[in-house]
Design a protein around this ligand. Sequence first.
Ligand code: NDP
Length: 330
Amino acid sequence: MTHARIAINGYGNLGRGVEQALSLAPDLDLVGVFTRREGVMTASGPAFPAAELTDPQLRARWAGKIDVVINCGGSKSDLDTQTPLVASGFNVVDSFDTHARIPAHFEKVDAAARTAGTLALISAGWDPGLFSLQRLLAEAVLPVGQSETFWGPGLSQGHSDAVRRVPGVKNAVQYTVPKEDVRAAALAGETEGQLSAGDKHRRIVYVVLESGADAEAVRQAIVTMPDYFAEYETEVHVISEEEFAAEHTGMAHGGDVIRHGTTSPGTSHALHFNLALDSNPEFTGSVLVACARAVARMHARGERGAITLFDVPPALLHPASGAQLRAELL
Ligand code: NDP
């Protein structure tokens, strides 16, 4: 079994989830964890400075020693700069999840990766990621029909991260709550017309404020945030640090991709993919780790530039050989 050497860039919830997932991968070796902060101790030892991955002067130290970097920064304001920088020196995987900005992110990363001769898989995880694949497969086999995606109920890391970046916010979580009547109608194939994400979900935010912060200004900044909250019914609750620690540290999430399609008059089919996750970061980290394996293999085959999960041959995500997969899973 060929081993690939993996680095983790960014040590938040997702960075720790990737570290845990790597401990279960027989063919992937963790080389090191990198962070922008000083003095960070990880489960696998002291972290290295992130600049050693992003700064062309400093990264010579790691040349030829890392096969794939897994970028675990936030989508709100880290990954759009971090991923092109890392791609200019290393193969990279990220979980960029601001759907509206994915095409622009792809172009930027693609240019950096092509110039450097690296391979960069962006927007991996479960949505975007596994849910995107389900939407694609469902539409490919049932071209006449309607798809709906529901998220939650659960904690969205991307939206929680975005709220934590609002000035005056000390800590925050965001729960995505599907409107159950709409979800039930979608499961029964009884919705009419394409629904928007705002038609299907509510967002509930709990924030701990910095001392002296203006609660109303923080609320306004959250509910008007484009791409994250502006198009949803959003509740913002200000709570104490004690309540936050007692009530809001779990990170469960999940959701559904549903498609109803017809192949001839009176003949219909339903497809339903459901995820129920105890830990959003550990599951998302597990997807990123499988993607890192595929990226190492695809780069070795000569692939360059930016790709998404749509471009990955599924067998390359799995550690087993093609022969073993054909015998056991086909
Ligand atoms: P965090 O806020 O926990 O971490 C984001 C970054 O912030 C880290 O990489 C870290 O960078 C920095 N950081 C972490 N802890 C601290 C701290 N105590 N003080 C200062 N900085 C800190 O975000 P998550 O890990 O929860 O989520 C990361 C992203 O994952 C989300 O923004 C979302 O976009 C994405 N995601 C994607 C999914 C998908 O399905 N595609 C699903 C789930 C998440 P550093 O170590 O360099 O300081």
